[in-house]
Design a binder for this molecule. Sequence first.
Ligand SMILES: [Zn+2]
Length: 699
Amino acid sequence: MRSFLTCAALACVFLSISFAQTTQPVTSSEQSPPQLDHFDASKVDKSVDPCTDFYAYACNRWVKDNPLPPEEVFWGSFGKLQLWNEALLHQTAVEVAAKPPAARTPVEQKVGDYWTACTDEKQRNAAALDTLRPDLDRIDHMSSKSEIVDIIATIHRSIYGAWNPTDTETAAALFGFGAQPDFHNANQVIPQFDQGGMGMPGRDFYLNDDAKSVEIRTKYAAHIEKMFVLSGVPAAKAHDDSQVVLRMETAMAQGSMDVVKRRDPKNLDHEMSLDDVKKLTPDFDFGRYLELVNAPSSSKFIVTSPEFFHAVQQLIASEPLDHWKAYLKSQLLTGTAPEMSADFVNANFQFYGQTLFGAKALLPLWRRCIQAEDRDIGQALGQAYVARAFPPENKQRAQEMVKNIEAALSSDIDSMDWMSLDTKKQAHIKLAAQIDKIGYPDHWRDYSALEIRSDNHLENVHRAAAFEFHRQLAKIGKPLDRREWNMTPPTVNAYEDPQTNTINFPAGILQPPFFDPTTDDSVNYGAAGTVIGHETIHGFDDQGRKFDEHGDLRDWWTAADAQAYEKRGDCIADEYTEFVAEAGVKQNGRLTQGENTADNGGIHLALSALQSDLKSKGESLDTQGEDGLTALQRFFLGYADIWCSNLRPEMMRTLLLMNPHPLDKYRVNNVVSNMPEFAKAFGCHKGQAMVRENACRVW
Ligand SMILES: [Zn+2]
């Protein structure tokens, strides 16, 4: 989403990326959900010693048996389950769309009509560019740079919440604007200006000078050129304008804060009055912008990176009006392309799908439409998913696991020999205040003010974006709603949000092989349990620990404890910093530090919760199951299983540069090699690869 609340800002367990797709017909054979994976211990690769390479031992056969489908760039448990979830949503959409209008509920009207319009390729091919034309014309008719404000306000309203190829902070046109809890009083929501403006995933893509980066930039400029040509700009001008856009975005990249620096919330904490904001970029009338987007008034604003707004000022002052027209048009076109006609969709796929991520084929139309519908009216579409796939007993069992894992963290805090009693007391207060959300919202979002029609997909997307932008801005000046969800129910992901002090597990991830009611606790704790532990630890990772129980940015650590924490964090950061030959780039242990801390800490919590659970039933981690494996072995295999995956090299490179999560192989091998419990489970000894000499441990 073009939102601040992305996996870059929230601590997710997995970064899902989707890109444009398209032109295959919707056939009936696609309506039955695929088979989900279930745990099967016999699938290990016995030719590999688990103590040498546990990922290979657990995943080799899966990797071989599950080659990447041509339309996928990542294929593993997350992707398979996502496909299964989408197939259920697809059934719902098709059924509802086929109902006579009079027989539909208001929610069904929106779900059905959105589907009908999105899948009507004939209409999209005929009318999409016409729908966009008035906005393109307004840009062409600009007579002064003072009108940049008007166009940016329009783009923010019409493609906010719309497609974002990379889920990073670079995507909003020129800059991002939204609502966010005050860093110093999280109960109060205030407006935030964030860096943005770029069409590629991050500043490194503009500034690195290795051959691959240069090649990607050339292809990006060609992509912008193609967008211009498709919109009717003459070829020579389209070429020149694409170079202008690349140059302007490069200047924005130079003014941007890098991903690692952005991980420290203290670096984003710049509170300003509107007058201060105006001084950063005097040639952009922020007062007028706020009026145009209808933002409630506020005495203070967060500006995440003031340097970026200086760069914007430079650009407005130095670039001629014609260059700004090119930039604004490119933002409008690239932000809308996946929702348009087949020529735009295909061109968009060539750059974002193939060049950046390595996909070999477009996703079928039905999946693109389900993903768009989930993004735009996800809490309407998701209601049927919950009814079909998430019975109350699953919610209750997941709730119990969360409670057991939180209890494990409570004991863990007490057992830490490097923390003082004072800091432990504060940590307990924070943990006790953490809110758990499981499955789906208590109250479904009210979409009654959003008009969805069956006759024009792009108009639906624009209205949905405006609805979402307005909904976000309406939070300004109001108390924080900690019960709100930032993911839809069918999402295969989970997140922790330090400012609401919540952990959130959508129904979409509480399915096999993560959470499987048909298998035993040891496997469920190894899979879903480690995901729950992961999110719980995020509240106490190197970012999360800087927020208190209310979600305020406040240092509750004694100086000595903070120092001890940093030292342990350095061990983790160093351990994950490694050159990945297949991708030609380095994995950055500083970028992935929070996720690594969460993985390593989360698995300890899950294991300890499992141990208590087994004890209460008179069993132990050594109890053998029918397959001859101990509960402890099944736990570790259950863990590895959720990370078995295939990945395209292009995707791998893009992830390594931008994604705060490490590659899956490291999520398994680095984690288990830090754990004496793993060595015990598989009889590994010192000197073997999965027994790390300098094992790291934070939580
Ligand atoms: Zn995470």
